[in-house]
Ligand binder design. Structure first.
Ligand code: 5CA
Length: 173
């Protein structure tokens, strides 16, 4: 009996090899838009750009932060895909959108995107968000973005961000 295992076998990896539902949703959204990018899951969560940069071994400017703001007048959610290297200038953001914005709280983020803070991806959201892409990200050949779970990331060419998000490129710092 020694060494024998009892009970049902553990479930194998889900289709596509991704264990979190959020990561699978992002992988499916990429495929639906015709992108061949592959979502990867790390052993540990990376909830901030700095943690993600350390984990994948790149400079923090090559991590795309996906931040959700709430437009103050209309209440609409706005997705900002920004470089991890600097803070988004909210005055520039307001100018680009034509109304002031405030940072969304965690409930608003989940409602608008279907994902929790730390795993918000640039696509595959629960609702259609107007998106802005930080032009600083286009300085790099490849960048990394969150993929629906704090453990999940994918590497992409930043020039695909407008098509991937439906957003426009703006200067945000
Ligand atoms: N997975 C990592 C690397 S891609 C990630 O998602 N990083 S992130 O920068 O896109 O998301 C974390 C960001 O969420 C932080 O930069 C921070 O601006 C924001 N955030 C963290 N806590 C809160 C909070 N309580 N309310 C609103 N925003 C928050």
């Amino acid at each position: 009996m020694d060494g024998e295992r009892y009970g049902p076998p553990r479930p194998g990896p889900a289709p596509g090899g991704l264990s979190s539902a959020g990561a699978r949703r992002v992988q499916e959204a990429l495929a639906a838009r015709g992108f061949a990018y592959r979502v990867v899951e790390l052993d540990t969560p990376v909830r901030t750009a700095a943690e993600a940069a350390r984990a994948v071994g790149c400079e923090v400017g090559r991590i795309a932060k996906c931040l959700v703001f709430r437009a103050e007048g209309s209440g609409r959610p706005v997705l900002v895909v920004a470089s991890g290297a600097h803070r988004v200038d909210e005055a520039r953001l307001a100018a680009a959108l034509g109304e002031p914005v405030t940072r969304a709280d965690p409930d608003f983020v989940r409602e608008a995107t279907g994902f929790g803070i730390g795993g918000v991806p640039p696509l595959g959201h629960a609702t259609a968000l107007e998106a802005l892409v930080d032009e600083a990200l286009l300085e790099h050949e490849t960048i990394w973005a969150a993929a629906g779970h704090p453990n999940a990331l994918f590497r992409l060419d930043p020039r695909d961000l407008p098509a991937l998000t439906g957003g426009r490129v703006v200067a945000l710092r």
